[in-house]
Design a protein around this ligand. Structure first.
Ligand code: SIN
Length: 487
């Protein structure tokens, strides 16, 4: 059964529980719409606590058989899912652009990025080595086993509808866990499409489950059920804090990938062309709706004017439009609330003396929704501005001039967030010094795009904890068991 058809009117779709495509009791559902056009794409189930418990039960029932398979066997299925995503990349990218709004080229890039997490995890599962430790008692042996934690609940956001799923699902499955995925209400179609491909790949019923609907209802069902042994969440810091409190009840293992507020520093000895190109891609990717996108730019005195003129020229060239349009770089924001937040930040910056060099307003496009915001560049950012203290999550870059390295490192670290940070310099000593001094989980040194499946992605401070990617993510889905063996 193909659960999703995006036709003229959209169609009903279903959720995956225990290998079956099911609808909510009483037919409860909600509509998924295209943020660029407001067209209804599909009607999807609004699952309640009962259906969520059913999904958890299916995952728990499937766990014994799944963990009993060899890592190579599990890895092969995870790799097969990656291959099916690549086979259907065009269809999946179009689906993503329709429900999320990002330009088609970015959506296609995300499908490849999503598949790369599956590839990596499928292989990494084969390297879940234990240990044998020399004991202090000659009659004993000490063994350390690595075992899957059990049922993993996966809660994902709307800004990366496919990659944020596979970044969690791949390692969970490869480690021998089973999963219940709860995608964002705004972008559930990409998740359901992954579920369809998981069925096609041949995952046993119950290994991968998907429930859509109200976040609080489904989330509470996860927290109330002690068959769930792991919860991995990507979303806002505010929601993450609430989830942590709820997780206390069952001492749930948590991974939290939360908000960011990335500084982007350009030193006077930087390669300016490289820094400008990175500033544009890092800031305006996904219309600035990225946890790791640069939010606060700091540029050193001596090169300030040159940087600003090159940056402004590059920002002016970014084309705004529906994600399917030729050459479009900036799609719509996800909803009205997101646009209002951006407007509030820009108005606040203007009031506090910021000079808008590019953009600074909505872009009206005939026949499309009023959710497009011009790529914006603001000169004269000050610490009092909302842009400087809060995550904007929109296509707005604000820049401040600095004089010394010590000063700018202190400014960069003066934030409750600690996800990603960026800086540009050609001085090798400074490169190491600043990389070490920045209080962030991720540092892009002369690099505006550090995300990759091989590396540990995650933050410190209010940006959360836990790491996704590389060998490190496997710790999130496994526990160490100590076996003391007396001969
Ligand atoms: C995010 O916004 O959390 C994901 C960004 C990325 O993986 O590059």
């Amino acid at each position: 059964m193909r659960a999703i058809l995006i036709g003229e009117h959209g169609v009903q779709s279903a959720n995956l529980i225990g290998g079956e495509w099911v609808r909510a009791a009483g037919g409860a559902g909600h509509q998924v719409t295209n943020p660029a056009t407001d067209a209804v794409l599909a009607e999807i189930p609004s699952m309640g606590a009962d259906e969520t418990r059913q999904a958890i039960g299916s995952a728990r029932d499937a766990w014994g058989g799944w963990r009993g398979r060899t890592a190579a066997d599990r890895g092969a299925l995870v790799g097969l899912l990656a291959g099916l995503m690549r086979r259907d990349a065009d269809r999946l990218a179009r689906l993503m652009t329709a429900e999320q709004g990002k330009p088609l080229a970015e959506a296609a890039g995300e499908i490849e990025y999503a598949a790369s997490f599956l590839d990596w995890a499928g292989e990494e599962g084969k390297r879940l080595f234990g240990d044998m430790i020399p004991a202090s008692d000659a009659s004993k042996r000490i063994l350390v086993l690595r075992q899957p934690v059990g049922v993993a609940a996966i809660i994902t956001p709307w800004n990366f509808p496919s990659a944020m799923i596979t970044r969690k699902l791949g390692p969970a499955l490869a480690a021998g866990c089973t999963a219940v995925i709860k995608p964002s209400e705004l972008t559930p179609l990409s998740a359901i499409a992954i579920g369809e491909l998981a069925v096609e790949a041949g995952f046993p019923p119950g290994v991968v489950n998907i429930v859509t609907g109200d976040a609080a209802t489904i989330g509470d069902a996860f927290f109330d059920d002690d068959r769930v042994r792991k919860l991995s969440f990507t979303g806002s810091t505010g929601v993450g804090q609430k989830l942590m409190a709820k997780g206390a009840k069952n001492l749930l293992r948590l991974s939290m990938e939360l908000g960011g507020h990335a500084p982007f520093i350009v030193f006077e000895d930087a390669d300016l062309d490289k820094a400008i190109a990175a500033a544009v891609s890092c800031k305006y990717r996904n219309a600035g709706q990225t946890c790791i996108c640069a939010n606060r730019f700091y540029v050193q005195d001596a090169i300030y004017d040159r940087f600003m003129s090159g940056f402004a020229e590059a920002v002016r060239a970014l084309k705004v439009g529906e994600g399917t349009g030729e050459g479009v770089a900036i799609g719509p924001l996800i909803n009205d609330k997101a646009v209002e937040k951006v407007e509030k930040h820009v108005a606040d910056a203007r009031e506090k003396g910021g000079r808008v060099l590019v953009g600074g307003e909505r872009v009206n496009i005939d026949g499309l929704a009023d959710r497009f915001y011009a790529p914006t560049l603001i000169d004269g950012m000050t610490p009092e501005m909302l842009l400087h203290t809060e995550e904007t999550f929109g296509p707005v870059a604000a820049v401040r001039r600095f004089t010394t390295e010590d000063e700018v490192v202190a400014w960069a670290n003066d934030s409750e967030f600690g996800l990603a940070s960026y800086f540009f310099t050609r001085d090798a000593s400074r490169l190491m010094r600043v990389a070490e001094a920045l209080e962030y989980g991720i540092v892009g040194a002369n690099d505006g795009g550090p995300s990759t499946a091989q590396a540990p992605f995650g933050g410190v401070k209010h940006s959360g904890f836990g790491r996704e990617g590389g060998k490190y993510v496997m710790d999130e889905y496994t526990e160490y068991k100590y076996v003391s063996w007396a001969l």
